[in-house]
Design a protein around this ligand. Structure first.
Ligand code: FES
Length: 101
């Protein structure tokens, strides 16, 4: 199974250098966003909710590499080295608002 790579192209990550990260991954995988091969499935993604730590790269929907750097991003992708990606957190808005009001 190939490794799924998603580079956030939200405004904050673009400001923090996501384009350089996209180019680095393109050069090192030979793939453009939206393409895949036996090793990688590469594309852009929407905001991951980690805007203060961009550019962010999500690997296999499991980890997110914060503050990705051109020199190390492929190594981190291949080792799946990053923070756990937390999705679908269940927040009880009514309970939070009750405490605030
Ligand atoms: S813009 Fe990339 S995490 Fe929000």
């Amino acid at each position: 199974m190939n490794k799924k790579i998603r580079v956030c192209d939200g405004g904050s990550c673009l400001y923090d250098g996501a384009v350089k990260i996209l180019r680095t991954i393109e050069e090192q995988t030979g793939l453009a966003p939206g393409q895949s091969n036996n090793e990688y499935d590469f594309d852009r993604c929407d905001c991951t909710g980690h805007c203060g730590m961009g550019p962010n790269v999500v690997v296999d929907d499991e980890v997110v590499i914060h503050e990705a750097e051109e020199e190390t991003v492929m190594e981190k992708i291949n080792k799946k080295e990053g923070a756990p990606l937390i999705q679908g957190v269940d927040v009880d808005i009514d309970a939070i608002m009750k405490d605030l009001v």
